[in-house]
Design a protein around this ligand. Sequence first.
Ligand code: ZN
Length: 308
Amino acid sequence: MGLSYTGRFAPSPTGLLHAGSLVAALASWLDARGHNGQWLVRIEDVDTTRCVPGADQAILQQLAAFGLVADGPVMWQSHCNAAYQGALDTLVKKGWAYPCGCSRKDIETAIASAQAPSVARHQAAVYPGTCREGLKGKPARAWRLDVQAVQTALGLPVITHWTDRRLGPQQQKVAEEVGDFVLRRADGLWAYQLAVVVDDAAQGVSHVVRGQDLTDNTGRQILLQRALALPTPQYLHTPLVLGANGEKLSKQNGALALDLQQPFQALNAAAHALGLPRLPENTTIDQALTHWTALHAQTLGTVFASEA
Ligand SMILES: [Zn+2]
């Protein structure tokens, strides 16, 4: 019998796990267990400029201290260059990816001269597609996906729709709100979106459970799945854990690494953030995980209600 559920936790080794990343790890683990599925771990070290040496092994040790151990071999993105190159080659062959010679300054200038400030005022600047018609003598720096070419060739709607298991119906006009996004960066590194889509398919991931801060990537990833003829997993974005200042906990804003001397307390707090009951201090980690798995399995339809 093949497993119908494969989930994953995919930390970036830019530092140790903090309370926010433990919530995402626990949520993905519980959802896999609740579905009698398997849970995999992937180290997202594709952006080598941000990785901290040794953080990958330290994260795996942290997860083990919380009773969260992968059901299969751990995957490292830095070992997957050939797969990413193969995906880019496929897109280039179809005419759906093109080289871009624009510097950041070129893009800013093009946006200013197009006088189209209404687009994505609230987001990073949308690339205006300058190099879609050719490099015009500039050297190639990055590779981008031609979003409209993919949508037209595959008969996809301009608005990409999907249903998040917690957030409900979602939609994004990728061409307008994001633009032709980068597949391979000017510094030669693979872009996060391409790596995630290729890896989720390679690991047979059927269910993605990750932090709500990553919701905005989903439209781009679904489009890439279509372009590469890969299956689309089901998505569930978990509530974010906010720090005392009301901002998302992250390594960037100084969230503390988890205390491995008190793993149960950290796990209890993570479960509480997911709407699960706190358990008494004398509970073992194994007992707690079993208890929460059973509760979660009963309520898969209304999983991980937001609550502070
Ligand atoms: Zn360009």
